[in-house]
Design a protein around this ligand. Structure first.
Ligand SMILES: *[C@@H]1O[C@H](CO)[C@@H](O)[C@H](O)[C@H]1NC(C)=O
Ligand SMILES: *[C@@H]1O[C@H](CO)[C@@H](O)[C@H](O)[C@H]1NC(C)=O
Length: 471
């Protein structure tokens, strides 16, 4: 198969960004890692991005990107172009060993603001990687109806992420727009007007997202009441082809609706199914129960959605006032049906603290991700998953190279100075923090992530560069 031109550029930019970021972090974490100093300057004054690219080739695009960022100079810079070959019959492997280095010498350039990148610095031969032949076009997911409750402002923050998984899929998303809580700046927040809702809705639809914005069913509902009302709202808006009613949070992200749909195939929608994921944290499971945790997505088959709609008023009437949204769904199901949870651990509530690298870098393909914006650690899932446009389910696939470097596609590049041979790659690196349950055998995340391996010391045993941007 011939390499695809567009593919080359995207893959290369992805890499470049990752490495550029690195630089930033290397300075703080491991000053010994920076290589050759080469005089260079990112383009002439006034040169635009296209011009730079024309004169410098693929290297130029990255340089133009660098000039737009506010990274601290000097910047340590490395670049490698990747060409992917979609290979029919090739399975997505958790880790693939490549016998050449990711960055042949010299792999690092140190750029300062006044210097110029030489063309010869970008003359590295492209790397060819074989990837599974998964489609990169949007799937027809018209059988899926999603529902969420959020404010207009939060919806705006999440729009780039929602656009990535929802646009042009024929799946529908119903969003109940709630009024933001009062705060210092806004003591009496007003609900958005119907005009505001319809203006926003048409903006979103113009971008290919089949989104319907709705006011809450009742005035003065609490958030959890609105959340539970999605059961009724999704039922009201169902169409003959709707198979799945899916309740999500505004920060739930789906790397591939295609993969999600095929995961649901074994569960016929005319039978009652409640599908989701337990929290990764045993403590949360012990606290809340065997339920589909909301952030990972709550999947109700058409048959179960029908039953829950019948019990909607009953469940609302008997609801424990402090119950959370996903907990309300659980209470209603356990009290009025004999349906039990189907747990799919590849859906992720991401109920973990600290550095989530160990989850993103475990080589598995996640069906949902959540909490990409945690304040302390941000995970730009919309940028990270752009690499799916190039090679579908290659997102978060891992390749390890002879220079003790591992590429986790779309997330990170890490160097392991003590070598990569002794590392148990099948076990997730326990970089995260999670609560434990006293006297429980389960140390915290076994039921979800499996038994892990000890976290490495960043900057010494593992030098990690995280993706910050892609385009
Ligand atoms: C998606 O599938 C549905 C049901 O088969 C069909 O009615 C609809 O036209 C399809 N949409 C697209 C864009 O192909
Ligand atoms: C279960 O349903 C019954 C009958 O509707 C109700 O009286 C009871 O309070 C419910 N229990 C819980 C825990 O919600």
């Amino acid at each position: 198969m011939f390499p695809r031109r567009s593919i080359v550029i995207l893959a290369s930019l992805f890499l470049l960004s990752a490495i550029t970021l690195t630089v930033h972090q290397i300075d703080k974490r491991s000053p010994g890692f920076i290589g050759n100093l080469v005089p260079s300057r990112p383009g002439k004054e006034g040169q635009d991005e296209k011009e730079i690219e024309e004169t410098t080739g693929p290297c130029g695009r990255g340089i133009a990107w660098l000039a737009k960022t506010d990274l601290e100079y000097p910047i340590s810079y490395a670049q490698r172009e990747i060409i992917v070959h979609p290979t029919p019959g090739l399975e997505r492997k958790s880790m693939t060993k490549i016998t050449e280095p990711l960055f042949p010498q010299p792999k690092q350039l140190l750029l300062d603001k006044e210097s110029r990148l030489e063309l010869s610095d970008c003359k590295q031969e492209a790397l060819v990687l074989e990837v599974p032949d998964t489609p990169t076009t949007p799937v027809n997911a018209s059988t899926m109806h999603f529902g969420m409750a959020t404010t207009l402002d939060r919806l705006a923050d999440s729009t780039p992420m929602i656009e990535r998984w929802l646009a042009h899929t024929s799946a529908k998303l119903f969003v109940v727009i709630i009024t933001p809580a009062a705060n210092e700046a806004n003591k009496k927040p007003q609900p958005p007007t119907p005009k505001q809702l319809s203006a926003r809705q048409s903006e979103l639809r113009k971008r290919g997202m089949d989104i319907t914005l709705l006011p809450p069913l009742q005035h003065d509902e609490s958030y959890t009441e609105t959340y539970f009302s999605l059961i009724r709202i999704l039922h009201t808006h169902r169409s003959p082809g709707t198979e799945w009613h899916i309740v999500i949070d505004d920060d739930t992200f789906f790397p591939s609706l295609r993969a999600l749909l095929s995961t649901l195939t074994p569960y016929p929608a005319d039978q009652p199914h409640w599908i989701g994921a337990l929290s990764e944290t045993w403590w949360s499971v012990a606290r809340y129960g065997m339920m589909a945790f909301g952030g990972a997505g709550i999947f109700l088959s058409r048959a179960l959605a029908e039953t829950l709609n019948t019990y909607y008023d009953t469940c609302t009437g008997e609801m424990h006032p402090a119950a959370g949204g996903d907990e309300r769904v659980m209470r209603c199901i356990y009290n009025h049906t004999d349906v039990k949870l189907t747990n799919i651990p590849r859906l992720h509530q991401m109920d973990l603290g600290g550095d989530l690298s160990g989850v993103y870098e475990n080589g598995r393909f996640p069906l949902s991700l959540h909490h990409w914006k945690t304040g302390r650690n941000d995970y730009p899932v919309d940028k990270m998953s752009q690499v799916s446009d190039v090679c579908g389910e290659c997102f978060l696939q891992r390749w390890r190279f002879s220079d003790n470097t591992v590429l986790v596609n779309g997330f990170s590049i890490a160097e392991y100075p003590d070598g990569v041979e002794g590392i148990e790659w099948d076990r997730p690196e326990e970089t995260w923090e999670s609560r434990t349950v006293e006297e429980s055998v389960n140390e915290g995340t076994w039921h979800s992530l499996g038994m892990g391996r000890k976290a490495l010391v960043l900057g010494r045993e593992k030098v990690q560069w995280r993706l910050v941007d892609a385009g």
